[in-house]
Design a binder for this molecule. Structure first.
Ligand SMILES: NC(=O)c1ccc[n+]([C@@H]2O[C@H](COP(=O)([O-])OP(=O)(O)OC[C@H]3O[C@@H](n4cnc5c(N)ncnc54)[C@H](OP(=O)(O)O)[C@@H]3O)[C@@H](O)[C@H]2O)c1
Length: 256
């Protein structure tokens, strides 16, 4: 657990059924510091790993939350508020790059662009974290240090876009980044305890990246264990001056 958070701090990991989000839950449970850890995802009972972890540690609470459903976000926030008065760390992990069942795949060219895929990507990647902020904000309204982090992606950087392609993912991650920055500006005025950042995890061995790993050199493909340890170290070092920044796994800044 990041040492900059006090013992008894409460955490929400959103998008925790698998991949990076699940590993955040695992590593945070490996530390004695957190009071409660809430793991939110669309179908917690369908994630055997989450169910096992919850059976082993009473600090873990499983929450149903679909970022594309505003009522489900509102209800999840109400469930957390019924159990704890405040949160100290919120990490938005849910993300969409491809979904075979829904016919969503990263576009190679303009002719591949489809409205449904664009809308689904924007709903999950961009609107999702912002709506989570909207409904969980009251739990961040306190005087203690708090971090609101959204896992973004370097390919969402407009300044760093050299290859093109992946319209829906790039565009929705760029929108997620804009929402993060805009929220950080608002919270710098109204919620000065909250540090609000976008984080790039590095290419990580999960279902999301699996179809695209062929050209990634082994040393640049991180395990989820490595990625989450690195991101927790970045989160630990954040200061209020970092709020509104887009940071990579090694703490370096990325161009918007
Ligand atoms: N892996 C990489 O190389 C990489 C690189 C850069 C950025 N990222 C970013 O890192 C984050 C985590 O990605 P990952 O690699 O861990 O992906 P992953 O293994 O595919 O996991 C994606 C997560 O998002 C959840 N999700 C999808 N749609 C959702 C919805 N409507 N509501 C709630 N949850 C939803 C999934 O839950 P279900 O089980 O319900 O589908 C799952 O828990 C994403 O934001 C991704 O864009 C990843």
């Amino acid at each position: 657990m990041p040492s900059s958070f006090a013992s008894g701090c409460n955490v929400l990991i959103q998008g925790s059924s698998r991949g990076i989000g699940l590993e955040f839950v695992r590593q945070l449970l490996g530390d004695a510091a957190p009071g409660r850890i809430f793991a939110a995802c669309r179908a917690p009972q369908a994630s055997p790993s989450l169910v096992d972890l919850a059976a082993q540690d009473p600090r873990l609470g499983l929450l149903k939350l679909d970022v594309t459903s505003e009522p489900s976000i509102r209800a999840a926030a109400a469930s957390v508020a019924a159990e704890v008065p405040r949160l100290h760390l919120v990490v938005n992990c849910a993300g969409l790059l491809h979904d075979r069942a829904a016919g969503i795949a990263p576009e190679k060219r303009l002719a591949d662009v489809e409205s449904d895929a664009l809308m689904a990507s924007f709903a999950v990647n961009a609107a999702g974290p912002l709506l989570v902020a909207r409904y969980f904000e009251p739990l961040l309204a306190h005087a203690e240090r708090a971090v609101f982090a959204s896992i973004s992606a370097r390919v969402g950087s407009i300044g760093d876009n050299r290859l093109g392609g992946w319209y829906a993912y790039r565009g929705s991650k760029a929108a997620q980044n804009m929402f993060t920055k805009t929220l950080a500006i608002e919270w710098a005025r109204s919620r000065r305890n909250v540090i609000c950042v976008a984080l790039h995890p590095g290419t990580t061995d999960t279902e999301l990246s699996r179809p695209f790993q062929a050209n990634v050199p082994p040393q640049k493909l991180f395990s989820v264990e490595r990625t989450v340890a690195q991101l927790l170290a970045v989160i630990d070092r954040l200061t209020p001056a970092d709020s509104g920044r887009f940071l990579a796994w090694d703490g370096t800044g990325i161009a918007w």
